[in-house]
Ligand binder design. Structure first.
Ligand code: FAD
Length: 296
């Protein structure tokens, strides 16, 4: 079998390649500055895109490689990736399955898994999809043979006229790669209370994260720290949930955690059903005790 990947960064290209490479030859189109970092994932041929990427010129470049000659086109589901998938699907008349987090190939068909009803259920579908968009972070990149061939592709002129770009405020967080995450929910009450959680973040050498209300609605933390269905998918060794109720949309982002510790004053909070260790209590009483214990 023969597969084509489009991902903007090497980590997601590597994750998808690691999933596919035992089933056939993997080709990948990625941004030129990510080519070197992608060369250790057993990808047969890597095309490096140069120029400013827009959905139309990326779709045009992929189309020139004749996507229907591949058994499957796998696109990392970023804002750009989703648009590219839509354009190619419509223009080439190829069936597309979106927001897939896992899939298997069986006798020329594909079985895809994706969340449904806001993450409450998983929908498993068999189809003849030739394009799938995969949620970033779904597969771990694992090193393979370093025998890739390389070719550069100059992106054609886009029909989009870029008027202005404004850099997003950057925070130095990488919760997706963190081993320990201390995650706060609406239960912390106000932004200033995060200072009371920081000693635990420091004592565990962890990363600070939060639920959607904390990151998106109240902006007590930056959006890059949001865990969940519409936030980041994390897989730490330890996930400490403080004042998080454990709604399914939050669980969807942290269910890959190895050990979950939850602190909540409500003994019936659903987070306890997802936890290995549960403490029923007020976070502002429990956190200092945890810090004290860790320091010992
Ligand atoms: P709450 O549900 O309000 O829970 C607060 C908890 O804190 C309660 O259990 C309470 O008992 C406890 N508490 C209060 N005070 C204390 C205290 N002093 N000590 C101990 N415990 C205390 N949510 C996400 O998190 N991530 C997502 O990506 C996400 N995506 C979504 C996508 C869609 C399409 C939709 C519809 C929703 C999404 N949500 C997401 C929202 C989700 O449904 C919940 O509303 C949200 O996760 C609740 O956040 P929370 O647990 O912080 O707040």
């Amino acid at each position: 079998m023969k597969f084509l990947i489009f991902a903007e960064d090497s980590k997601n290209a590597g994750g998808i390649a690691s999933k596919l490479r035992d089933s056939g030859d993997v080709h990948a189109i990625i941004m030129k500055d990510q080519v070197e970092a992608s060369s250790s994932y057993g990808i047969k041929k890597i095309y490096g895109l140069t120029g400013k990427p827009f959905a139309d010129n990326v779709a045009e470049s992929i189309t020139k490689l004749n996507p229907s000659s591949f058994d499957l086109l796998v696109i990392s589901s970023t804002t750009l990736g989703r648009e590219v998938a839509g354009i190619i699907s419509a223009k080439q008349n190829l069936l597309c399955a979106t927001e897939v987090f896992d899939f298997t190939l069986q006798n020329g068909k594909i079985v895809t898994k994706r969340f449904f009803y806001g993450g409450k259920t998983i929908m498993e579908e068999e189809s003849e999809a030739k394009i799938i968009t995969v949620t970033p972070g779904s597969f771990d990149p694992q090193n393979g043979e370093k025998t890739s061939e390389f070719e550069d592709i100059q992106l054609p002129q886009s029909k989009v006229n870029l008027i202005e770009t404004k850099p997003k405020e950057k925070s130095s967080t990488n919760i997706e790669g963190a081993n320990i995450i201390v995650s706060v929910g609406r239960g912390i009450g106000k932004k200033e209370s995060i200072d009371k959680i920081m000693p635990l973040v420091e004592a565990t050498h962890g990363e600070l994260a939060g639920s959607r209300p904390v990151c998106l609605d109240y902006k007590w933390l930056s959006e890059e720290r949001q865990v969940g269905l519409s936030g980041k998918k994390v897989k730490p060794k330890v996930y400490i949930a403080l004042g998080i109720s454990g709604q399914i949309q939050h669980i969807a982002g942290m269910r890959g955690s190895k050990i979950v510790v939850a602190v909540n004053k409500d003994k019936d909070a659903p987070i306890f059903q997802e936890s290995d260790y549960g403490i029923v209590g007020d976070i502002f009483m429990v956190v200092p005790k945890l810090v004290e214990a860790l320091k010992k």
